[in-house]
Design a protein around this ligand. Structure first.
Ligand SMILES: [Zn+2]
Ligand SMILES: [Zn+2]
Length: 173
């Protein structure tokens, strides 16, 4: 994904909006159990501030993920915003570049965004994926998907605290 800043570069104080959509390989995010399911859309407002560009961007895509609880595959939308600073490499040499270590440097007039975009994706991915808020997961004994219904071992299972409570309630009646 590339943004051409050759025009904006000659307009100090100017701003431009870029809307880009690009398809990446499904495994592009390089995270286990998490794949791109749609092209990635980026909307970026880029402001020229002298020798650098300040950027506010919004990213949207769909992910195909594996539920951490029941291991089912599910498609989930993701969208997030980020702010960034892009600096032409020619304006930041040596020591100055070290001071600006959070900035993205680009050569010529074109910003190559792929690696930067992946970094922001990884920052904004949830710690874990759940197929739905009330996912019941797998039975720890037999591995059955409890979303599909109770399994045999679960019915036999008795919680000692519940049994005690039942006994107590029974006696009081
Ligand atoms: Zn699930
Ligand atoms: Zn079971």
């Amino acid at each position: 994904m590339k943004i051409d800043l050759s025009e904006l570069k000659n307009q100090p104080g100017g701003a431009a909006v870029f809307a880009l959509t690009q398809e990446f390989p499904a495994g592009w995010l390089e995270r286990d159990g998490c794949f791109l399911h749609s092209p990635v859309t980026l909307e970026a407002e880029v402001q020229s501030a002298g020798h650098s560009f300040s950027v506010g961007a919004r990213v949207t895509a769909e992910l195909r993920v594996v539920c951490d609880l029941c291991l089912a595959e599910t498609v989930q939308p993701i969208s997030f915003s980020f702010e960034d600073e892009w600096t032409p490499a020619e304006y930041a040499a040596g020591a100055e570049r070290e001071q600006l270590e959070t900035a993205l440097f680009f050569a010529k007039d074109e910003v190559e965004l792929d690696d930067r975009l992946r970094e922001f994706f990884l920052l904004h991915l949830p710690m874990r994926f759940v197929c739905r808020p009330d996912c019941r997961g797998l039975c720890p004994s037999c591995g059955a998907d409890l979303n599909a219904g109770e399994c045999a071992c679960r019915r036999e299972e008795t919680d000692p605290r519940l049994a005690a409570l039942r006994g107590f309630l029974g006696e009081s009646e």
